[in-house]
Design a protein around this ligand. Structure first.
Ligand code: NAD
Length: 259
C-alpha cells in the first residue's frame, strides 16, 4: 500500500520509533497522521511539528482505543493504516511481580486486540486497510533476560499472524515490525541496567521508519530492519534444541558481562 493520501494512526507516536514513523509518514504525503500517546504533551509536540492531529490515549484501555477510533472515523471518515506501536519493557522472569506481568500483557498484547476489535469493522466494510504491529525480534527469538517482554511480544506476533490468516482475503494487510535494538529511550533504559548486547547493532529510529514505509509499500508480513533476524529465526525452526543451547550461552555471557 502506498502511504500518500492515507489516513494513518500511530500509537506511541510521542517518542522513539513511533515519532520517527509519524514524521516519515507525514513526509511521504499521508493525508492525516494521528499521533496517539499516553503522553499528551509529547503527542501534541509531534503533531504540531508534522501538521498532524494529537489524541491522548492509553492503549491498554479499551474504551480509550474505542474513543480514538471513533474520533478519527468521525472527523476523517476512515482509517487506512493503523500503526499499533506503543509498547513497554519489563525484565526478569516469573519473579517479576504479577502487576508488572499484567501491565505489560495489557500494553503489549491486549492493546492490539482492542485496536483490531475497533478498527477492523470499518476496514472490512471498505474491503481495505492496513494493520502494522510493532512487535520486536523478541517476538520471534525471545529475550534472554526479559520473559514478560519476550512472552508478550510472541503473543502479539501470534495475534497479527491470526489476523493476516483470517482477514488477508478480505483486503486487510498486516505487517509486524520486528527490530532488534533501536536507539530510543527504551534501549537507553536497558543500557542503564548494563544490558549492552543490543546496542552494538542498534539502528536510529529514522532508519527503522524508512524501512517500515518500504515494508508497507511491499506488503510484507515480516518487516525486519535487522536482516540477520530472519537467519536466527530460520535456525530456531531447523533445530530448536541447538537454538536453545545458543540462547543459554548468550544469557550466560551477558550475565557474566554485567557481573
Ligand atoms: N527500542 C528498541 O530497541 C525496540 C526494539 C524492538 C521493538 N521495540 C518496540 O517498539 C515500540 C516502540 O518502542 P520505542 O523503543 O520507540 O520506545 P519509547 O519508550 O521510546 O517510546 C514508546 C512510546 O510509547 C508510549 N506509550 C507507552 N505506554 C503507552 C500506553 N499505555 N499508551 C499509549 N502510549 C504509550 C510512550 O509514552 C512513548 O511515547 C514498542 O512496542 C517496543 O516494544 C523497540
Amino acid at each position: 500500500m502506498e502511504v500518500a493520501d492515507r489516513v494513518v494512526v500511530v500509537t506511541g507516536g510521542a517518542r522513539g520509533i513511533g515519532r520517527a514513523l509519524a514524521r516519515e509518514l507525514a513526509a511521504r504525503g499521508a493525508e492525516t497522521v494521528v499521533v496517539a500517546d499516553i503522553d499528551a504533551d509529547g503527542a501534541l509536540a509531534v503533531a504540531q511539528e508534522i501538521g498532524g492531529v494529537a489524541i491522548t490515549c492509553d492503549v491498554s484501555r479499551e474504551e480509550q482505543i474505542a474513543e480514538l477510533v471513533k474520533q478519527v472515523m468521525t472527523t476523517k471518515g476512515r482509517i487506512d493504516i493503523f500503526c499499533s506501536n506503543a509498547g513497554i519493557a519489563v525484565g526478569g522472569g516469573p519473579d517479576a511481580s504479577t502487576s508488572e506481568w499484567q501491565r505489560i500483557w495489557e500494553v503489549n498484547l491486549m492493546s492490539h486486540v482492542f485496536v483490531a476489535r475497533h478498527v477492523l469493522p470499518g476496514m472490512l466494510n471498505r474491503k481495505e486497510g492496513y494493520l502494522l504491529g510493532t512487535v520486536s525480534a523478541a517476538g520471534l527469538l525471545n529475550h534472554v533476560l526479559a520473559a514478560p517482554y519476550g512472552v508478550t511480544k510472541a503473543a502479539a506476533l501470534s495475534l497479527f499472524e491470526w489476523l493476516a490468516i483470517a482477514h488477508g482475503d478480505d483486503g486487510i494487510r498486516v505487517s509486524c515490525l520486528c527490530p532488534q535494538g533501536v536507539k530510543t529511550d527504551m534501549l537507553a533504559a536497558e543500557k542503564r541496567l548494563g544490558l549492552e548486547f543490543l546496542t552494538a547493532g542498534a539502528l536510529e529510529p529514522e532508519q527503522v521508519a524508512d524501512i517500515v514505509v518500504e515494508g508497507i509499500r511491499n506488503e510484507r508480513f515480516l518487516i525486519l530492519p535487522h536482516p540477520e533476524v530472519a537467519q536466527y529465526f530460520n535456525r530456531k525452526a531447523q533445530d530448536y534444541d541447538r537454538w536453545l543451547k545458543g540462547m543459554r550461552r548468550l544469557r550466560a555471557n551477558i550475565i557474566a558481562g554485567i557481573g
